[in-house]
Design a protein around this ligand. Structure first.
Ligand SMILES: Cc1cc2nc3c(=O)[nH]c(=O)nc-3n(C[C@H](O)[C@H](O)[C@H](O)COP(=O)(O)OP(=O)(O)OC[C@H]3O[C@@H](n4cnc5c(N)ncnc54)[C@H](O)[C@@H]3O)c2cc1C
Length: 379
């Protein structure tokens, strides 16, 4: 890697990468953000950090991320409120039970404290739950949640403090390349930023940015709904984020009230994040079947953001056939939780450090090779 690094996209991924590059001594770094820092998908994320994934690479990245978020203040130098309230997946079908038996065993091998729970024991974790037609649950008490806005602001602030330039309201509109096709600069409305390395960290808009160098990245923006509910006596912040896997509906307890959503997994791709209020009743009724006291839940707010989905629900990370071009894209709805670890290891890799984690499982080439990494636990 020679010359300055320009990162296109100032969401949690771009800012985490910028922070880690500067942390390892590389300060010739500029982040170009079309709007304001963190105002893309990161602003819409509901803040879940969980290790219960079905693929080893996703589970292991999340395991490292839990440790990172738990020690965020030591690593980044700013406070971060990581509430480890746990995640509970409710399993209705024999297929889901068998799947989680396999994946919990894999997660435990990685050191993750996940466990299967029999239906008769679920009431100890979520009082009042209706487990009559369930085959059990999968519970991990060290999973949790935190504020994406706090994390992205901390990465951006600390990156700046270490010398990174962050240009807001600055959209990348073109890429300069030399005779060999290697990137040499990023063009904006006002000027060209010289670059030896250009990083695509454009979230749901990654395909558009990849097209600037002729790449057709398999990243689709898919709208995702979330609804805020008011406080309920029994909805205490220590309850786990509970997912009814049969419907996809989840309830995420917060300090005051909570968030519900998750029944819109099959929404077609679109760049229009329109709130679909008509989905709120369906979420609540799926949840009430499981947790009857949620019948008193009152929807108080709703929002919609774009999740950046790939065909196998895994991110695309690393360099590719365009010399000097890196992709950190396609986080498929888990970019907030993976951001610290991806930013850290991608920075080490980019700087040629020997202590970078092997992220080759997330290479772009896997799609052409037909070597997709499947993830069954995205809801
Ligand atoms: C409702 C919802 C809930 C979610 N919940 C979770 C969760 O619980 N846990 C989790 O881990 N993840 C969650 N996610 C996913 C998470 O939000 C994303 O994976 C993460 O924010 C991706 O970060 P990013 O930096 O890649 O993208 P973004 O935050 O979208 O940042 C990309 C940035 O690139 C900028 N940009 C685009 N094009 C250009 C250009 N040409 N020039 C300059 N800048 C450009 C955009 O303005 C944007 O700010 C959720 C997403 C949604 C929508």
């Amino acid at each position: 890697m020679t010359g300055p690094i320009v990162i296109i996209g100032g969401g949690i991924i771009g800012c985490s990468l910028a922070f880690h590059l500067a942390h390892y001594g590389m300060t010739e770094v500029t982040v170009l953000e079309a709007g304001l820092i963190g105002e893309g998908s990161t602003a819409k994320a509901t803040g879940g950090i969980r290790q219960q994934f079905s693929s080893e690479v996703n589970a292991d990245l999340a395991h490292e991320a839990v440790d990172y978020y738990a020690h965020f203040a030591d690593r980044v130098g700013e406070p971060f409120d990581f509430r480890q309230h746990g995640y509970l997946f409710l399993l209705k079908s024999a297929e889901h039970r068998a799947q989680f038996e396999r994946t919990v065993a894999m997660q435990r091998r990685l050191g993750i404290d996940a466990r299967l729970v029999e239906p008769s024991d679920l009431g100890e974790i979520v009082p009042g739950i209706n487990a009559a037609d369930l085959r059990g649950g999968a519970y991990c008490p060290t999973d949790g949640s935190g504020s994406p806005a706090d994390a992205v602001a901390a990465f951006a602030r600390q990156a700046r403090r270490r010398g990174v330039r962050i240009e807001q309201h600055t959209r990348a509109v073109g890429i300069r390349r030399d005779g060999d096709g290697a990137v040499t600069g990023v063009v904006t409305a006002d000027r060209t930023y010289p670059a030896g390395t250009v990083v695509n960290a454009a979230g749901p808009w990654a395909r558009r940015v990849g097209a600037l160098v002729g790449l057709d990245l398999p990243v689709e923006p898919r709208p995702r709904q979330a609804f805020g509910i008011g406080p309920l006596r029994r909805l205490t912040p220590d309850l786990p984020l509970t997912v009814d896997l049969a419907s996809g509906a989840y309830v995420h307890p917060e300090v005051h009230g909570g968030i519900v959503g998750g029944n819109d997994r099959d929404t077609p791709p679109s760049e229009e994040p329109t709130v679909r209020w008509e989905l709120a009743d369906g979420v609540i009724s799926a949840l009430v079947h499981r947790v009857p006291w949620l019948a008193d839940a009152e929807i108080r707010s709703g929002w919609c953001g774009l999740r950046e989905m790939t065909p196998d629900d895994h991110a695309i990370v690393g360099p590719c056939e365009v010399p000097g071009w890196w992709n950190l894209v396609g986080f498929s709805g888990h970019g907030f939780m993976q951001a610290p670890v991806i930013g850290d290891h991608a920075a080490r890799w980019m700087l040629g450090r020997a202590d970078a984690r092997d992220l080759s499982a997330l290479r772009l080439g896997r799609f052409a090779e037909g070597a997709l990494a499947r993830e069954a636990a995205v809801f």
